[in-house]
Design a protein around this ligand. Structure first.
Ligand SMILES: [Zn+2]
Length: 480
């Protein structure tokens, strides 16, 4: 123990990491943890009493979409970099990784510069980016080394969605390039043609309501694409990460490839662990709240995903936070930021968009830790250490942030959550901090909520109140 003087000491808490649980005081100097132990007489400018609280590594959410212009209509997700990261912080997340998705008239590096400027001006927590590998032309392939050099060593590949998806032939080129330069592919695995075919079939039959959305994204089309992605990875000889695994069939495919020796990791979202497709049976436009891809699945899938998380077949939990207000879901073209999206190509006969034009996604950035704690730890599905692993450590390791992020140790960034395991909260859009007028978990009661949150040694949430400042977040250059 070197330090006998610190800027801040957290006393009397229980430190939880992915491997250990122990009583310790934590000393912080500047933005780093400098010492941990039982020293009673360390001197500090400031003391936080963590009696009865768990001290966790700050949450890492490596899959969010803030201020994201989605789809051909470029409807912008309703949380900007300020509101979205503020909500993240209040929910115990101190690092997010978002995406750079270049428009057709931008190079990848131009898109990165623009995204970085937006984020750095507003983010209240540290952030990184994945680059969307949204085309495989000569120009883009030539940019791969610069992108990695700029700290984006993970690349998102979409197998579905016009305009951003890669064909198998393009994906092979992308994977070869990532192998050569040391990038990690992270893949949205759904069969593009199956979705397009089923959507056209639905619309032709006059099935326009949001309840039809899940029928156009069957689990088998996710499993097929997962297997195809992993086949291409095996052919090229490169590790691969599969984003938002939603169904048992996809999980089984991942497991099969892992047993063949393929290096593959997978992530899962709280909505796929906790909600099921019966929500689409509600009348009218209600199910629009759950229009997301992949969609909610059945009860058996949720159980399989929990088992996958318990047994390490799935490595961590992300939110895929991509909020749209109910007005946006209903076709409002103005975003909360004031931008007006293009008018739809085909007018809507009944005043609301058909399900395939409803912006896809749901909010969740603030509720990830409390939901995982309540339904994971309190209900006996996850140990405390597994909870830390799946909300922080495992993502830090995969995405090149460990050990400055994702653990509690001398030398690590002082990104910490003082979590009250007894605080009872009823989740409601009224009290969450995100800029969205609904939460899929409205009225749900959970026990366990972050009380204090520190980012690089600075208290940014104190007694549940946000006390940080706009733009204090740093860009994290990562090497996977
Ligand atoms: Zn996503």
């Amino acid at each position: 123990m070197e330090t006998d003087r610190a800027d801040l000491i957290i006393r009397n808490g229980t430190v939880v990491t992915a491997s250990d649980t122990f009583r310790a005081n934590v000393a912080i100097v500047g933005d780093k943890i400098t010492a941990m132990g039982q020293e009673p007489d360390w001197d500090a400018d400031q003391t936080l009493d963590a009696t009865g609280l768990l001290i966790l590594p700050g949450g890492i959410d490596p899959h969010v979409h803030l201020q994201y212009p989605q789809g051909p209509n470029r409807i912008v997700s309703s949380d900007d970099w300020f509101t979205g990261t503020l909500a993240a912080a209040c929910g115990g997340t101190t690092t997010v990784i978002d995406f750079v998705e270049a428009g057709p008239d931008q190079t990848w590096m131009q898109a990165y510069a623009q995204r970085l400027a937006e984020a750095e001006a507003q983010s209240v927590i540290d952030l990184g980016f994945h680059m969307a590998f949204n085309r495989a032309d000569t120009q883009s392939l030539a940019e791969v080394p610069s992108v990695i050099e700029a700290g984006m060593s993970s690349f998102k590949i979409y197998m579905a969605y016009q305009g951003i998806r890669l064909t198998d032939a393009e994906m092979l080129l992308a994977l070869e390039s990532l192998k050569e330069h040391g990038g990690l592919p992270i893949v949205h695995a759904e069969n593009h043609d199956v979705i397009a075919h089923l959507v056209q079939q639905c619309l032709a039959a006059g099935r326009r309501q949001p309840r039809w959305h899940p029928s156009t994204h069957p689990a088998v089309a996710e499993a097929e694409a997962t297997g195809r992605a992993l086949t291409l990875a095996e052919v090229v000889g490169i590790p691969m990460h599969i984003v938002h695994v939603s169904a048992e069939e996809g999980l089984m495919v991942i497991d099969g490839f892992r047993q063949r020796g393929q290096v593959v990791t997978g992530e899962v979202c709280p909505q796929h662990l906790l909600l099921t497709d019966t929500l689409y049976e509600q009348a009218g436009f209600e199910p629009a709240q759950y229009v997301m891809a992949p969609p909610l699945r059945g009860e058996a899938d949720t159980e399989a995903l929990w088992r996958g998380l318990q047994h390490g077949q799935l490595n961590f939990v992300v939110t895929d936070h991509c909020p749209f207000t109910l007005a946006q879901k209903r076709g409002e073209r103005r975003t909360p930021g004031g931008t007006v999206a293009a008018t739809p190509e085909t007018p809507w006969s009944d005043g609301v968009p058909p399900f395939n034009q409803i912006p896809g996604g749901a909010p969740g950035i603030e509720t990830r830790l409390p939901l995982l704690y309540h339904f994971g730890v309190n209900q006996g599905r996850l140990s405390l250490n597994q909870f830390v692993s799946v909300t922080s450590t495992a993502a830090a390791r995969l995405f090149g942030l460990y050990p400055s992020k994702g653990t509690i140790a001398p030398g690590s960034d002082a990104d910490l959550v003082l979590f009250d395991p007894h605080q009872e909260v009823t989740i409601s859009a009224d009290t969450l901090h995100h800029n969205c007028d609904y939460t899929p978990f409205e009225g749900w009661q959970v026990t366990g909520w972050p009380r204090f949150v520190l980012s690089r040694g600075e208290i940014i949430v104190g007694d549940g109140q946000f006390v940080g400042s706009r733009g204090r977040g740093n860009y994290l250059s990562r090497a996977c």
